[in-house]
Design a protein around this ligand. Structure first.
Ligand code: ATP
Ligand code: MG
Length: 609
């Protein structure tokens, strides 16, 4: 079906300017020139030298720093939206940074999937091809592992300045001596080693002189701090593993707490936005920035960390580990199963970037955690953005045959009556769809009732309904098979009632039903999805989320659809009249050959049911 707007969803509403505390912080910093001292030149990772490069006007720099150990999910969509839209709104830049400091879990497959997801969400202008940086690395795309050299130098500096030491306690001793919330920690016996001894030991760690786990480098902060994150956190560990970027160059790897602030500082991030779990890590973030500034390793105003409440969505799991389990144990058909809350899953299901962005924006940015957002809000965003623009089509999801018994006398046995309908009821410029009505018609099974329940205005013996865009028909009965199942509904056409012709309304009917002509209707596979979990918080309190899997989350129907859908392109979206929003499946749908549609969501909210 050709339509001028095709799959473009309506532009999402303008971002609300007020009410986002992080935006207010950014505005304040811009007004007060907090980052006016920044210069930008060279490459991050060069250390302080790059800060003396070309002057660049002070800009907001944010970053989205996924660890490439899984596919992104709906929670990440929120973080992506927040970071990229803040930067865009204030004329700044948002970096896509792969936080790939952990050599064990990261894979190239995930790097590519993350890049594609960020692009799909609409932030591709940040990755436009830059002739100055050919190859995989795009502008504003960074890898934490590129900073390993700098991180190593920073660690040596901390050792020399007496701010870090090599600890040879066993992991059990370290755990025991860390204390807990009520009990201060105990200093390690290695804590008072001289900087020279520590440096020698650390170099031995780097040079592979010690086995994995034999010792770690720790910051020397305060073992009695009420904040456990300040009780001499580990900075480096020995781990013999091949890293996807640095190969076997290193056998020591920096820990997140140490690496992340450095990554932010080297990229001259101004506002380092993360979720609330990291709040207790902020004091160490600031401690490290101060120490490195004292040592002259960082000269620009340090980035600051701000935390917001993570996005929790009802009936959804947002933990990469648990999502991986669903995939690996075969509870779903891969990361892009349309029931998955991954961005590839949501995409395949038919959600649009516009709907996800609107949803992220509406879910709010707050300082408190624990809030849950109703999944219905995502569907509402989808309907609002798709309804004004997507083409309409008729589809019969549970086909039941209907025969117009007086067709031959009235119209002639071989006659097919051309009918048409607007592609979009409010956009005449999108044109008309064409299909035919003949003696044999497909209708929805539940549009017929032998004994009509109260308030039922569709087909039952003696009742008249309109075949939408066609004629009024009067039901005369139905045929049944040996078991008593309805096999065919019988009806008579009422002459001179064709939609759009003079006098069409002379016969009043209370019911209008959708249909597809048997002569030109096309068979299609239609996947009807329901929530993946029956419980609103399937993994709350450590519950076994597999117990809450909905056994009816996927139903596949053999449907009949109107002929215009033959040319639907993969990922093209439609509103099937009366049924909801559907998308031609990204993978299985083949125009003109094999039609496969996924239901994104119904026309009305059904989450409350
Ligand atoms: P997971 O727990 O699923 O592995 P993660 O937080 O470890 O997720 P990262 O790849 O480290 O995943 O996350 C990248 C960014 O996305 C981080 O800044 C993180 O705070 C943010 N993020 C992750 N989940 C959510 C969420 N549910 N809501 C908002 N932001 C999120
Ligand atoms: Mg993580």
């Amino acid at each position: 079906m050709s339509s001028p707007t095709n799959n473009k969803a309506a532009p999402a509403a303008e971002p609300t300017k007020a009410g986002n505390f992080i935006r207010q912080i950014v505005e304040h910093d811009l007004q007060h020139g907090t980052y006016a001292g920044r210069h930008w030149g060279g490459e991050p990772g060069d250390g302080p030298s790059h800060q003396a490069g070309m002057a660049d006007p002070a800009k907001v720099r944010t970053r989205f720093p996924p660890e490439p150990n899984g596919y992104l999910h709906i929670g990440h969509a929120k973080s992506i939206w927040l970071n990229f839209s803040l930067a865009a709104e204030f004329g700044g830049v948002c970096h896509l940074r792969f936080d790939d400091t952990n050599p064990e879990k990261e894979e190239q497959e995930y790097v590519e999937a993350i890049r594609e997801a960020v692009r799909w969400l609409g932030w591709d202008h940040h990755f436009a091809d830059d002739p100055a940086r050919p190859g995989m690395r795009q502008p504003h795309e960074y890898f934490a592992s590129d900073y390993f050299d700098f991180m190593y130098r920073a660690a040596e500096y901390l050792i020399e300045a007496g701010h870090a030491y090599v600890d040879e306690q066993t992991p059990e001793q370290m755990r025991a001596n860390r204390g807990d919330f009520g009990k201060p920690g105990i200093d390690s016996p290695f804590r008072s080693r001289s900087p020279a001894d520590n440096l020698a030991r650390f170099r031995e760690m780097r040079d592979g002189k010690h086995p994995d786990g034999a010792m770690v480098l720790r910051a020397k902060v305060d073992m009695a701090s009420p904040n456990i994150n300040l009780r001499d956190p580990t900075l480096y560990r020995i781990r013999r593993a091949t890293h996807h970027n640095t190969g076997d160059t290193w056998c020591i790897y920096p820990m997140y707490t140490f690496a992340h602030p450095i990554e932010d500082a080297l990229e001259q991030i101004t506002h380092s936005i993360c979720t609330l779990e990291f709040e207790d890590q902020r004091p160490f973030y600031d401690w490290l920035m101060e120490r490195l500034a004292e040592g002259g390793l960082l000269t620009a105003p340090p980035p600051r960390q701000y935390e917001f409440g993570r996005l929790n969505v009802g009936h959804v799991i947002t933990s990469k580990r648990k999502l991986r389990q669903l995939v690996e144990e075969g509870h779903v058909n891969g990361w892009d199963d349309p029931r998955m809350p991954t961005l590839v899953g949501l995409r395949r299901r038919g959600y649009t970037p516009e709907a996800l962005r609107l949803f992220a924006e509406r879910s709010g940015v707050t300082k408190s955690g624990g809030a849950w957002t109703d999944y219905a809000a995502l569907d509402a965003a989808l309907r609002e953005t798709l309804d004004p623009v997507v083409p309409r089509a008729m589809a019969v999801l549970e086909p039941l045959a209907l025969e117009i018994t007086n067709w031959d006398e009235l119209m002639g046995p071989a006659h097919l009556e051309p009918c048409s309908a607007p592609v979009h009821p409010h956009h005449p410029e999108m044109g008309q769809r064409h299909f035919t009505l003949g003696r044999q018609v497909w209708i929805e099974r539940d549009d017929y009732a032998e004994v009509p329940p109260k308030g039922f205005f569709r087909l039952f013996p003696g009742n008249k309904v309109r075949l939408k865009y066609g004629y009024v028909i009067e039901c005369t009965g139905a045929t049944k098979d040996a078991e008593g199942h309805i096999t065919k509904v019988l009806a008579k056409l009422v002459p001179d009632t064709k939609s759009g012709t003079p006098g069409a309304d002379s016969v009043k009917v209370k019911g209008v039903i959708t249909w597809v002509g048997a002569a030109d209707g096309l068979h299609a596979t239609v996947h009807l999805y329901d929530r993946l979990f029956t419980e609103e918080q399937p993994d709350a309190g450590g519950k076994d989320f597999l117990k809450a899997l909905n056994p009816h989350s996927l139903r596949t129907a053999r449907a009949v659809v109107e002929p215009a859908l033959a040319q639907a392109q993969p990922e093209e979206r439609f509103q099937f009249e009366r049924h909801g929003f559907f998308v031609a499946d990204r993978r299985e749908h083949q125009p003109g050959k094999e039609l496969v549609f996924n239901r994104v969501t119904g026309l009305r909210d059904s989450w409350g049911k």
